[in-house]
Write a protein that binds this ligand. Structure first.
Ligand code: BYC
Length: 329
């Protein structure tokens, strides 16, 4: 049912017998761990998958600046403000590395950004939730950047060279982001009862969206099987979600916070935590544009794009002038 809400069923993985010799050779290179570079042969579907995933990832980094940017002017101390400012700037940088990686696949940056602004392209569901208190900044760093690292460290080993290389630096910076989030949560949890209650409230609101962020259950994920065959993804959505839960529960215990899931329980046979049912209706509602902040987020990006037009024009005029000067010299 859920898969139908997104599109028609999982993509079919093509068996070797249906592949052209070129495609077979391509798959053999991937199986052997050889990176695919922009000028190498690649099947059109592989190129399209990469454009879709990397551009969604880039948009997520850019839109992801908005919920946290909301707190730069209200950070509780100068030190916290400087740290948050640096983090939000890092996210802009991540977006730019990723837009550059998309350009290597033959799509212009203008087109990619146009797809975001027109509402055609997706970005991560998680950024359609509001940041109501300072504790939300802690929860985002701890849970959202924590999820991002779990998802993105394997992408450093993905089959497409420019994406894998962009991800190395992104992951280093994300590690700092997670630490700053946990540090905010720790300060609140060691503070007054009101501060601890604020941290608990943030965890209550961000826990389930952080689980959803890893994407639909494997049974409903239409791209996973083919993407894993191509090593665009190295782990499935459910595998990464489980890893996130297993890693985060002891951290919540250390903070003295309660994960808002009555069914959460260590399962010694599986060697993992069992957890409750995710509200997939909420997830699909958000990715279809009806989350609490979807409209606000897109409006903010459109306004920023319009207000930044003069910067793009000035930069292009400077580049033209520079090129003319060089040609005349
Ligand atoms: N939100 O077949 P599936 C960050 C869509 S940045 C929205 O499993 P796939 C950070 C999916 O696109 C976080 N849509 O897809 C930044 C597909 O729709 P389309 C972003 C989602 O691609 C700033 C459909 O559902 N990270 O962490 O195999 C500050 C079916 O899904 C979501 C990345 O982009 C979602 N959560 O797997 C702080 C990492 N999940 O395209 C932090 C790279 C699924 O057919 N991306 N959909 O219309 C990935 O690893 C994969 O693309 C995903 C989805 C796991 C996200």
């Amino acid at each position: 049912m859920y898969a139908q809400m997104v599109d028609a069923g999982p993509e079919r993985v093509r068996p070797a017998g249906e592949m052209s010799p070129e495609e077979q050779h391509f798959q053999e290179r991937i199986d052997a761990g050889i990176k695919i570079e922009p000028k190498d042969f690649m099947p059109e579907a592989y190129r399209k998958t990469l454009i879709r995933q990397i551009s969604q990832h880039a948009h997520s980094e850019i839109v992801g600046q908005l919920p946290e940017g909301n707190w730069i002017t209200r950070a509780p101390t100068l030190k916290r403000k400087a740290i948050l400012l640096a983090k939000v700037q890092d996210e802009a940088g991540h977006g730019l590395y990723l837009y550059s990686a998309v350009e290597t696949l033959g799509v212009t940056r203008e087109q990619t950004i146009e797809d975001l602004l027109s509402g055609k392209a997706k970005y991560s569901s998680i950024f359609n939730y509001p940041t109501l208190t300072w504790a939300d900044i802690g929860a985002i760093g701890w849970l959202v950047d924590g999820s991002a690292i779990i998802n993105q460290i394997p992408i450093c080993r993905c089959s497409y060279g420019p994406y894998a290389r962009a991800m190395v630096r992104i992951c280093k910076e994300e590690t700092f982001h997670t630490r700053q989030g946990f540090d905010i949560m720790l300060a609140l949890c060691r503070g007054t009862p009101e501060q601890k209650a604020m941290a608990q409230d943030a965890l209550n609101r961000w826990w389930w969206p952080s689980l959803m962020m890893h994407g639909p259950a494997d049974s409903d994920s239409k791209h996973s099987a083919q993407s894993m065959r191509w090593k665009v993804k190295l782990f499935s959505n459910d595998e990464l979600r489980q890893k996130f839960v297993d890693q985060t529960v002891p951290q919540a215990e250390y903070l003295g916070l309660k994960i808002p899931d009555p069914e959460l329980k260590w399962n010694p046979e599986r060697g993992h935590y069992d957890f409750g049912r995710i509200d997939w209706d909420e997830f699909y509602n958000v990715i279809q544009g009806n989350g609490p902040c979807n409209r606000e987020r897109l409006r903010a990006r459109i306004e920023a794009h319009e207000q930044g037009a003069w910067v793009r024009e000035a930069a292009a005029a400077y580049a033209r002038k520079h090129a003319q000067k060089k040609a005349a010299a």
